[in-house]
Ligand binder design. Structure first.
Ligand code: ACM
Length: 673
């Protein structure tokens, strides 16, 4: 069953005219298109049978509101939701779903010309079915409709998350809720909130109020706000798992409670980024008394089964420098700092267990003697996940899903937690629970968060939901802009904020030249941006070109899809859009130079615009040669490769993005390479 649907989808893509069925993301487990369509009009009515959680009624209201907005149809508020089954859309749900790991999230959706039916064992499945249905609405000159189709769907992995760091930069409740709406749209089911860091303690503690009062610059969630976020998430079938990162990354804890520290001195929340030494003192009983009370409070506040204790990047410097801690280590026969951290973790595990929680931590917490119900969160490499699985531990993959590294959606999309050809046994595979996209917040703020997380996280969501055989990168890129539009429709700012930012940077509402340039470049990948002077802080503006550029330069993705399909079909006549793009890129330098004459904020972009112009010229000449049937010699190819390498070097933290398209075409044009 796993392979047929993918084939089906690709057949659909190649043979049928545009259909929303071909744009679904994540791709369902099984899709069987049928003939006919269900016409949507204002007499549309819905009924529910079975025994769902009341969250389903709220979800149906949201669905109808969205549908009404999207279609401009006014549904009759008195008749749209009915108690009898004499309606056009019937939902049937066996039992209330539990918002916890492993719950049944499957659903079956059937659309025929006369009726729509959605059935699911739990309302969590029904929520997913509603999101699928929302993605299927279409229009033509005479009305709105859903094409007839049978969909059966369930997730591949039970843990499909987004980790949000709310400490390097803090995000408002509304901003977090927007992410939850987006997560629901693409069927993610875990929001992992990273709540404490060197730069901020972002949640109210009633037991230890100096944590948020002195550790947060006033930016923290009150407990009422947290309850609100949890309820909002639960209404969308999403778990909220908190993370309190200990014993390292704890500067903000020490501001109010310096007695927790391994080193003396006044400590205040960091405003710069990096790895700092502040580490809790694991040798003092008072540390555990404190954490016992602290976790009792937080375990009661968060209903999720899991509590994430971080555990990453403890460089051990403060432990090495503290005589008391050294003495404690030798008295307890703890040879290394890793042994000491393992000791600490076991103490924390007792506290969490007492409070009814299971423990999760970054892969540094891994050590074979821990009980097997803890979850290892792999970030340094997928080997940590595989090793954990072999040793009997469950694990979640974030290595390869670090969206803060500015990598392309394609890279994340190809990062399968259980890749084809894995050597793991079925038993070991069953312990790999899924993955989480990871949005660390050094280089984002309120304004850019949506466009940094989305739409790339939709590609990750598909990796975690859909069959492992859904792997066509070009097809993912074909559907991704659709998802961006749908995300924007439901309130995300990923498209609109770019325009706002471009108008601000241009100092004008004429932004087409700037847009053309920024749609062809990408932010420098990796963490190298951190080492560029003067260095980023929590007060950085995040309003420059690099902050508006996307990790998948939209015009380059378009060019890449056109070039790939041209090569595949053997067509020697490049689409005229490709020549248009080449001309746009060529004109970059001239256009930006003109803008910069009256706008100093643009000036830093000029060297990159020069590179884009040169690469545009190269691309155009290749297109012309390709069209006239010319080939390249190996030497010519090498020259092109060298030029691309030279001209895609980052400047102003930006990289021209069209190098890979140029190389694809050039290689195709070089016989015998
Ligand atoms: C991490 O990225 N330090 C977990």
């Amino acid at each position: 069953m796993k392979t047929i649907p993918t084939l089906l989808i690709s057949i659909l893509i190649s043979t049928s005219a545009f259909s929303q069925i071909n744009t679904l993301m994540p791709v369902p487990a099984s899709v069987t298109p049928q003939t006919g369509k269900f016409n949507l009009n204002s007499t549309f009515s819905v009924s529910v049978s079975g025994n769902p959680d009341p969250r389903l009624t709220k979800a149906i209201h949201r669905f109808l509101k969205r549908l009404s907005k999207k279609t401009t149809l006014t549904f009759d508020p008195d008749t749209v939701i009915k108690s009898n089954e004499n309606t056009t859309f019937t939902l049937s749900v066996d039992r209330p779903g539990l918002v916890r790991l492993g719950e049944d999230e499957s659903y079956a959706l059937s659309i025929s010309p006369s009726a729509i039916s959605l059935s699911a064992p739990t309302d969590l499945g029904a929520l997913h079915g509603l999101e699928t249905l929302y993605q299927l609405i279409e229009r033509d000159g005479s009305g709105f409709f859903f094409r007839s189709v049978q969909i059966k769907d369930q997730p591949r992995f039970p843990w499909r998350g987004l980790m949000l760091d709310v400490c390097r930069h803090f995000f408002k409740v509304e901003t977090v809720k927007r992410q939850l709406d987006a997560m629901a749209l693409v069927k993610l089911n875990v929001l992992h909130l990273h709540l404490s860091e060197d730069q901020g303690f972002s949640i109210e503690s009633k037991t230890f109020p100096k944590l948020h009062e002195l550790g947060s610059n006033g930016n923290y969630f009150t407990q009422d706000q947290i309850r609100d976020i949890i309820a909002y998430a639960a209404d969308r079938g999403i778990r909220v798992m908190p993370e309190f990162d200990i014993p390292g990354h704890t500067t903000s804890w020490m501001t109010g409670y310096p007695e927790l520290a391994s080193a003396p001195g006044f400590i205040k929340p960091e405003k710069r980024f990096g790895i700092f030494g502040s580490t809790m003192n694991p040798a003092k009983p008072e540390t555990y008394t404190f954490l016992d009370q602290f976790f009792a409070e937080m375990c009661a506040l968060f209903p999720d089964e899991y509590m994430h204790i971080g555990g990453d990047e403890n460089n051990g410097e403060q432990w090495d420098a503290n005589q008391e801690i050294q003495k404690f280590k030798s008295e307890n026969n703890l040879k290394t700092n890793h042994d000491l951290q393992a000791y600490f973790n076991l103490k924390i595990l007792d506290i969490l267990t007492k409070n009814g929680k299971k423990m999760m931590g970054w892969d540094e917490i891994y050590q074979p003697t821990l009980p097997k119900n803890i979850v290892i969160h792999s970030w340094r490499g997928r080997d940590y996940m595989d090793d954990a699985a072999k040793a009997g531990f469950q694990s979640v993959l974030s290595n390869g899903f670090y969206i803060d590294l500015f990598h392309s959606a394609a890279e994340h999309y190809q990062n399968d937690p259980i890749p084809t050809g894995t050597k793991l046994t079925d038993d070991e595979k069953s312990r790999i629970l899924g993955g989480e996209a990871t949005q660390w917040a050094e280089l984002v703020d309120e304004e850019t968060l949506d466009m940094r997380i989305w739409p790339r996280t939709a590609a990750i969501a598909e990796r975690l939901w859909s069959s492992g055989s859904v792997i066509n990168v070009d097809d993912m890129y074909r559907r991704l802009p659709e998802i961006s539009l749908r995300l924007e429709e439901i309130g995300l700012n990923l498209v609109t904020n770019r325009d706002v930012m471009m108008r601000r940077l241009a100092g004008s509402d004429t932004i087409s030249d700037l847009r053309n340039f920024l749609n062809a470049v990408e932010p420098q990948e990796g963490y190298k941006r951190h080492s560029i002077k003067p260095g980023y802080t929590t007060f950085s503006p995040f309003s420059r070109g690099v902050d508006i550029a996307l990790s998948d330069a939209p015009d380059v993705i378009s060019a890449s899809l056109l070039v790939n399909s041209m090569i595949k079909s053997g067509n020697r006549n490049p689409d005229k859009k490709l020549f248009e793009l080449a001309e746009i890129w060529i004109s970059s330098k001239k256009k930006l130079t003109r803008m910069a004459e009256n706008n100093i904020a643009i000036k830093e972009l000029l060297p990159v615009s020069n590179q884009v112009s040169e690469l545009g010229r190269l691309f155009k000449s290749l297109l012309e040669k390709y069209k006239s049937g010319k080939t390249l010699t190996k030497q010519e190819l090498q020259k092109i490769e060298a030029e691309v390498k030279l001209r895609t070097k980052p400047v102003a933290e930006l990289e021209p993005a069209m190098g890979s398209v140029i190389l694809t075409l050039a290689k195709k044009m070089t016989p015998g390479r």
